[in-house]
Design a protein around this ligand. Structure first.
Ligand code: F6R
Length: 580
């Protein structure tokens, strides 16, 4: 969450570089943004701050040192005053911050003579540093305060002559360009300027001026700094002819699936690990957690193997079973989700082998993992995950088929599901009609059994985040144990009814909700009398889950468009969730 970008060097377009960098990391938070820059004539900090999305361009005067930020609000509302950078009282220091200062109220008691302008936890830090900076170097002042800060944070501070930064938890990457140094939350944002990078590790502090020096933040002992030439390509997502990234990314999904089955080296490597492991755990958050949950069903059904699934943020409370023989498969599009990274850290301390199934090369999770499986879904710009989810599910199915010695069958079903997704995309007009019919609903319910239960959870999440309609996913047998009380005349209820063992029971549940006045939406192979609306999806075996998820993505997309919402940037969300 929150994007950081900074530059120091000989070039006189520092603020412009920072603004361009922020455009690449806006996915990390888009409540508000700000850029502080030090003017060439040395008159101190100038700041531009705004609420809302970054404009596509902004003209800055000449400068050669600048730090910028895109915010995802934690402490304090979305206002220009709360936007970063924050300045010290004397205006000499500027700071941007990603994370949460868990003990900020305690630290605030130290501030006697400062006038706080914002409601943020961040502003406390800059005033504390200001006090220390009176009799110390910036490096010492920053280190002293950072060591007092509880929680996971990255901070970047500048006095207009140098930049000092340190981190615990939140990512920071350094780059060396021909004219100076850059620092950012995401390596991809640096790649247009340089491919010479250093990934700052937790507990390290960097000082950037004419040179770069790296230290341990706890005692300021110097560490050898070595840049690595990274052979990665800059990925800039563009919408092309599509009105939104979300629609473009939905269209890309058949190709993403074909890519998954082209090279199976990682799949085969992970199948071997699965066979050697005593206890396998799948871990993810949000949509990725539903893919893991689906993985648990798929392993039971296809591989006849028990795997454990956990939501990332809950894993720390149940991971006592982990040993050095366990295998942890951590699934994350961004590879930065703190609720995944934290338990992975703990698992590594127990000697557990970690697989990262991620879309992001060089991400924290990617670097931590013993075995790295890249999704190769291409950059995903829409905040609601689509093609990364499809790639995750495909690979978890391939692991299950491979474990059962049926990899060829797995490849075939993925291929068939890619073809069926092409058909669904062609029939999207039918889904748009459904969206036009139900967009005014206050509540919807999404039901499925077996493999389709996690699909129902994912479908409900897509509808919620893009359209702000309250949508609940249920195991369809569970609805009658209480929640059926919520079904009223006309309440849309969506049921996934594939050609598998769940069909008769789900159809019975369809009748039950129909009897209470629901508007019944059936998605599957064959129309049933209880359906008010039917969307046909050809049976593609266990991988029918993939076209079913695509149906839900398109429904979420069209609901958002009908409600004149931006499906690419839903309110309150961010693409990379690096706070707890
Ligand atoms: C939903 C969505 C989120 C993410 C979740 C985990 O559309 O995008 O629920 O799935 O925040 O993110 P990653 O996969 O980056 O760990």
């Amino acid at each position: 969450m929150c994007g950081i970008f900074g530059y120091i060097g000989q070039a006189n377009d520092a603020a412009q570089k920072v603004f361009n960098g922020l455009l690449d990391i806006e996915y990390r938070g888009y409540d508000s943004w700000g850029v502080a820059y030090w003017k060439m004539d040395n008159v101190g900090w100038k700041i531009e701050k705004r609420v809302g999305f970054l404009p596509s361009s902004f003209k800055f005067p000449a400068s050669n040192i600048s730090i910028g930020h895109t915010r995802w609000a934690t402490h304090g509302g979305v206002t220009v005053t709360n936007a970063h950078p924050h300045l010290s009282c004397d205006g000499k220091l500027a700071l941007v911050h990603n994370g949460i200062v868990e003990n900020y109220l305690e630290l605030k008691k130290e501030l006697k003579s400062h006038k706080l302008k914002s409601e943020t936890d961040t502003e406390i830090i800059i005033h504390l540093i200001e006090d220390r900076f009176k009799n110390n170097s910036l490096k010492h002042a920053v280190a002293e305060i950072f060591n007092k800060m509880a929680g996971l944070s990255a901070i970047v501070v500048s006095d207009g002559r140098e930049i000092v930064a340190c981190k615990r938890g939140s990512p920071l990457v350094l780059g060396k360009t021909k004219s100076g140094f850059v620092i950012a939350s995401d390596p991809n944002a640096i790649l247009p300027l340089t491919n010479k990078l250093i990934f700052l590790e937790d507990g390290q502090l960097v000082v950037l001026n004419k040179e770069l020096k790296l230290y341990e933040v706890k005692d300021l002992n110097e560490i050898q700094a070595e840049f690595t030439n990274i052979d990665w390509k800059y990925t800039q997502g563009t919408k092309g002819q599509f009105p939104h990234f979300m629609l473009k990314e939905i269209y890309e999904q058949p190709q993403v699936l074909y890519n998954q089955i082209q090279s199976l080296d990682s799949v085969e490597k992970i199948i071997k690990e699965l066979k050697n492991a005593f206890g396998t755990y799948f871990l993810g958050c949000g949509s990725a957690s539903y893919t893991c949950f689906l993985g648990e069903y798929a392993f039971s059904k296809i591989a006849k193997k028990h795997v454990n699934f956990s939501i990332g943020s809950e894993f720390n409370y149940t991971e006592d079973f982990l040993t050095d023989k366990s295998l942890l498969i951590a699934v994350s599009q961004s590879g930065e989700t703190i609720d995944v990274v934290e338990p992975v850290n703990l698992a590594k301390k127990k000697g557990t082998k970690v697989v990262a199934l991620t879309n992001t090369l060089g991400s924290t999770l990617y670097r931590m993992a013993d075995i790295k499986h890249l999704l190769n879904a291409g950059p995903e710009k829409a905040v609601a995950s689509t093609k990364a989810v499809i790639a995750m599910v495909a690979n978890l199915l391939l692991y299950a088929y491979g474990f059962a010695g049926k990899l060829e069958e797995g490849i075939k079903v993925i291929e068939n599901s890619a073809k069926e997704i092409e058909e669904i995309i062609k029939k999207q007009g039918e889904i748009k009609k459904l969206a036009d019919k139900i967009y005014q609903a206050q509540h919807t319910f999404v039901l499925g059994r077996g493999l389709s239960y996690p699909v129902a959870l994912e479908a409900a999440l897509k509808i919620k985040e893009t359209s702000y309609i309250h949508a609940e996913g249920f195991a369809s047998g569970e609805l009658k144990h209480g929640c059926i009380a919520l079904i009223d005349k006309g309440t849309p209820v969506i049921l996934f009814v594939p050609e598998d063992e769940t069909r008769p029971a789900v159809l019975a549940n369809a009748m039950e909700v129909k009897a209470r006045g629901a508007y019944v939406v059936g998605v599957g192979v064959e129309k049933a009398p209880s359906f008010d609306y039917f969307f046909k999806v050809k049976d593609v075996g266990a991988s029918s889950v993939l076209p079913h998820i695509v149906f839900a993505q398109l429904l979420g997309y069209f609901l958002a468009v009908k409600k004149r919402l931006n499906p690419d940037k839903p309110r309150n969300l961010a693409k990379s969730v690096t706070v707890k």
